[in-house]
Design a protein around this ligand. Structure first.
Ligand SMILES: [Zn+2]
Length: 264
């Protein structure tokens, strides 16, 4: 019954016409928007229509949450899952948004399904079968692609990670044992490479925070994959390829074709 209602509601929402001001928001503030194909845009727009209505959105710390904010956050989530089939993070009922980094009363960090990022002044959190909490300032900077960091990709990669259980182990759900094996080989190797780069004081597009644990390695690699894909492909080609296979998209090629268009 539930599934029937959910599917019907989603179909109806997906068919609604996409508001012009939402479209303008994507054009002006989501850097990746100009790089993707019309088909991908349509698929992300359908995702936004559903995600924005299905989740319980709450502004925290005095933030007046606007449609613009919801659209930009939803678009980034939609980008991640646009090729993965119908994923709407059913267990994430609420999305809480603070104006900036925030201090939360409960300051424990654990491995049991609550992932808190950035110590006591937090930028974001992802709870197992619970909310995602985001700083609006950092969500906007991510959308604008200020650098290789992206809070929304980060927190939702923890949610993807937790789709196969509460442990944030750096492994999203996969179809077969072989896929799990090759994934862990590549990620372990990437992890070692990151450690070596940090030790040798070489630059790394996967930031140092990835050394915290395999879950954080997956999250910061995902940030780099979508935000600085060309650099990830150069520095960590195997990690790039595994993420490309997993997310079923090739963001580095979008940058290449853009460069070619500009040259032409
Ligand atoms: Zn994290």
């Amino acid at each position: 019954m539930w599934n029937w209602w959910t599917a019907r509601k989603r179909r109806k929402w997906a068919e609604l016409s996409f508001p012009q001001d939402w479209e303008e928001t994507l054009h002006s503030d989501y850097a990746e928007w100009s790089r993707i194909s019309p088909e991908m845009k349509s698929s992300i727009k359908r995702f936004i229509q559903i995600f924005i209505r299905e989740k319980n959105w709450e502004g925290c710390g005095g933030l007046q949450l606007t449609d613009t904010m919801k659209v930009l956050i939803s678009a980034q989530v939609g980008m991640m899952v646009s090729a993965l089939g119908p994923i709407y993070f059913d267990h994430v009922l609420s999305i809480l948004v603070y104006p900036d980094a925030y201090r939360a009363p409960n300051s424990t960090q654990n491995q049991m399904g609550i992932v808190t990022d950035r110590g006591s002044a937090r930028m974001g959190e992802a709870w197992w079968q619970g909310p995602v909490i985001l700083s609006w300032r950092h969500s906007l900077e991510g959308a604008r692609n200020i650098d290789a960091e992206n809070l929304v990709y980060h927190e939702f990669s923890h949610q993807i990670d937790m789709m196969n259980g509460r442990f944030v182990d750096g492994t999203p759900p996969m179809a077969s044992e072989d896929e799990y094996q090759s994934w862990s080989q590549v990620m372990n190797h990437g992890y070692d490479q990151l450690r070596t780069r940090i030790r040798q004081r070489e630059p790394s597009v996967i930031r140092r925070y990835g050394l915290t644990n395999p879950g954080e390695f997956f999250a910061v690699s995902t940030e780099a994959f979508f935000s600085a894909p060309g650099q990830l492909l150069i520095e960590y080609p195997e990690v790039y390829q595994s993420l490309q296979t997993y997310y079923r998209q090739d963001p580095a090629s979008r940058r290449d074709s853009l460069r070619e268009q500009r040259r032409a």
